[in-house]
Write a protein that binds this ligand. Structure first.
Ligand SMILES: N[C@@H](CCC(=O)N[C@@H](CS)C(=O)NCC(=O)O)C(=O)O
Length: 210
């Protein structure tokens, strides 16, 4: 398998899950701005939409959209228990959380804070939305070791990656102590460290890659 990634971006979710799964893969870096593939080539010929992550399977199939890709990986290694089995209510709950992090936290929360050209007044709206969602997550993590309860899953990599971005947009996480201790637990996982090291993000906090 071949992972197309840009350091520290949402593709880090897939990078971490590939390490958690212990499956063989190669990681290919994309310049997020120029869409040039490290070593040469136009990433838009791989994914016409130009964004990462994308995972190319050994038979040439291209998977896109992080929340779908990580479930595909989890299903290849059911013994690793990275996601509850399909056709269970727990799997639906996992999908609900994955969608929450992709939509409410990523696209409807952090993404606008990265965009140049969005006025500070508008960014304040998204900061307030994020604050409400972090407060909800902090409450949830008061009694839960992981997002899914007592069991680690792919959604923990998702929240870890999304909350990393707080550092890059100066969003203060100190009002959320349960989130902070949760982040430390997830950051200590070998798979998380390996993926972050491979993307040049250790030591963390790291500055945002150019
Ligand atoms: N819907 C996609 C969005 C992925 C996404 O937003 N990727 C960003 C990095 S975090 C990206 O590659 N942005 C560059 C671009 O859109 O041109 C997913 O959830 O996988």
């Amino acid at each position: 398998m071949k992972l197309f990634y840009a350091p520290g971006s949402s593709s880090l979710l897939v990078h971490i899950v590939l390490h958690e799964a212990g499956l063989p893969f190669t990681a290919v870096r994309i310049d997020e701005h120029t869409k040039i593939i490290d070593g040469g080539g136009d990433y838009k010929k791989v994914n016409p939409l130009g964004y990462v992550p994308a995972l190319e399977l050994d038979d040439g199939t291209l998977l896109t959209e992080g929340v779908a890709i990580v479930q595909y990986i989890a299903d290849q290694v059911p013994h690793k228990k990275l996601a509850p089995p399909n056709d269970t209510i727990e799997r639906t709950k996992l999908q609900s959380w994955l969608n929450f992090f992709a939509s409410e936290m990523h696209k409807g929360g952090f993404s606008p804070l990265f965009y140049k050209g969005i006025p500070e007044e508008a960014k304040a709206v998204f900061r307030a939305r994020l604050a409400a969602r972090f407060a909800h997550l902090d409450e949830h993590l008061r009694d839960n070791e992981y997002i899914m309860g007592q069991d680690h899953s792919v959604v923990d990599a998702h929240f870890f990656v999304v909350s990393n971005w707080a550092n890059w947009v100066n969003f203060d996480l100190s009002p959320y102590p349960n989130v902070l201790s949760y982040r430390n637990r997830i950051a200590a996982r070998a798979a998380v460290r390996s993926a972050m090291e491979a993307e040049g993000l250790i030591p963390w906090p790291s500055s945002q890659p150019a």
